[in-house]
Design a binder for this molecule. Structure first.
Ligand code: FAD
Length: 391
């Protein structure tokens, strides 16, 4: 919606194709607050945030919305869609991918044990509780301390379940600090680091889990194996960009999203990408801002107005998981680089150089892999490979 509004503002006609009944994506099931602090300078719930954008989209005469319509195939300048009227083709000059992400499942993480009812991903549980009004279980353990798992720990507690533990295989959480405090600490829910589920037990319904600590390379330390009774296992073990539409596309193994240049343009010039389908975001405000930028770029491309220059590669030291965009164009102007750290960093500088010359520095009091960070550079002094380092 953010991309559509910005493309429209810049003179394009836009069609939003959405497979769901309403626009808003994952926001519609995120009934907790914590959305919009940066974008609207207000604390909103997910549905409230989505509603504000829906209202703006509804008023915009340049935007056509097709709901309950799924893009099934994408070719240059044409989207094949299946909607209320059957199969149709939509012709375009530029296309913005904003399909969000999917959750990793028990199969994806090779979860050991039986396959009883009661093993469910956090987002699916969230949809059942918040949209369908159904409880998933009474005695819950959560695997993974990602934000959705943390939010669900609180949500299920408020709905009357007992959340016995959150197990995190790493020594740090990938969730936001505020979510650890507000969703676990405030409800006395223990978080066990370096710990995972060894085995799920149960025939028809989950009866419990064997869990324990992990050593180097996530080796299970069998001597620490213990049993915890529960009837539900919630998996919050990561999100993966949903690129089913482009099964053979080259992706960055760290983000699982497409490679994009400064304009969020992929290797196919007519195809742009933003939001969780490009890299998983922790804050929707950043998704909306990214969408807004990409809407402008796609609109300029459609009007043959996108200016390019010599390509400059953006790379990083091993302290980073990724830095995005992956290339810039030589020229004037500021560009925001987005990155995630690999490990926790305390009181360090993030330094950006181009062809060995320092472009800028940013002091980081405490940076964790769970939080996407940014640094803005001025391109005028960039004349060679851009490298990000922790100093
Ligand atoms: C549980 C949870 C809690 C969160 N909590 C917070 C929070 O407290 N504060 C905060 O700021 N952010 C939070 N976030 C993050 C933020 O909400 C998301 O990062 C953001 O909303 C993602 O937006 P998106 O548009 O990229 O993807 P999505 O919201 O996933 O939207 C993608 C849309 O594309 C549609 N789609 C996909 N494929 C097709 C297709 N082939 N054809 C047609 N339509 C298709 C989907 O139906 C969906 O509507 C949370 C996220 C989650 C999952």
């Amino acid at each position: 919606m953010s991309s559509a509004l910005s493309a429209s503002e810049n003179g394009s006609k836009v069609t939003i194709v959405e497979r769901d009944e309403v626009l808003g994506g994952i926001l519609n099931q995120c009934i907790h607050n914590g959305f919009g602090l940066h974008y609207f300078k207000e604390e909103l719930t997910g549905p409230e945030f989505a509603y504000r954008f829906r209202k703006m989209v509804e008023k915009d005469k340049n935007i056509t919305v097709l709901t309950r319509t799924m893009v099934t195939e994408l070719d240059e300048n044409v989207a094949h869609v299946q909607g209320k009227g059957g199969m149709e083709e939509i012709r375009f000059k530029a296309c913005i991918l904003a399909m969000g992400c999917r959750e990793r499942t028990a199969g994806n993480i090779s979860l050991n044990g039986t396959r009883p009812m009661g093993v469910i991903t956090a987002g699916a549980a969230q949809k059942m509780v918040n949209i369908d009004g159904k409880m998933v279980g009474k005695d819950v353990v959560i695997l993974g301390s990602g934000d959705i798992g943390l939010i669900m720990a609180r949500r299920l507690t408020l709905e009357g379940a007992r959340v016995h533990a959150v197990f995190e295989i790493n020594s740090t959480t990938s969730g936001l600090r505020r979510n650890i405090m507000q969703c676990l600490d405030d409800f006395n829910i223990p978080l066990y680091y370096n710990t995972t589920i060894f085995e799920v037990v149960g025939k028809d319904r989950v009866e419990g889990v064997y869990y324990g600590q992990v050593g180097e390379s996530y080796r299970k330390l069998e001597e620490t194996r213990k049993f915890m009774k529960c009837d539900t296992v919630i998996l919050s073990v990561g999100l993966v960009p949903d690129l089913q539409l482009l099964p053979n596309a080259e992706t960055n193994p760290r983000t699982n999203g497409l490679f994009v240049n400064e304009y969020y343009q992929t290797s196919k010039p007519w195809l742009f990408s933003c939001g969780n389908v490009l890299h998983v975001h922790d804050l929707v405000d950043n998704v909306a801002l990214e969408g807004k930028q990409v809407g402008l770029f796609a609109s300029l491309y459609a009007q043959n107005k996108l200016k390019k220059g010599e390509i400059i590669k953006v790379t990083h030291s091993s302290d980073f998981s990724y830095v995005l965009p992956y290339t810039l164009f030589e020229g004037e102007g500021e560009v925001e680089l987005k990155f995630r750290l690999k490990k926790k960093v305390v009181k360090k500088w993030i330094k950006v150089t181009s062809a060995g010359k320092e472009l800028c520095k940013k002091f980081v009091l405490a940076g964790v892999p769970g939080e996407m960070m940014t640094i803005t550079i001025n391109k005028k002094d960039a004349h060679g490979e851009i490298v990000l380092e922790v100093e």
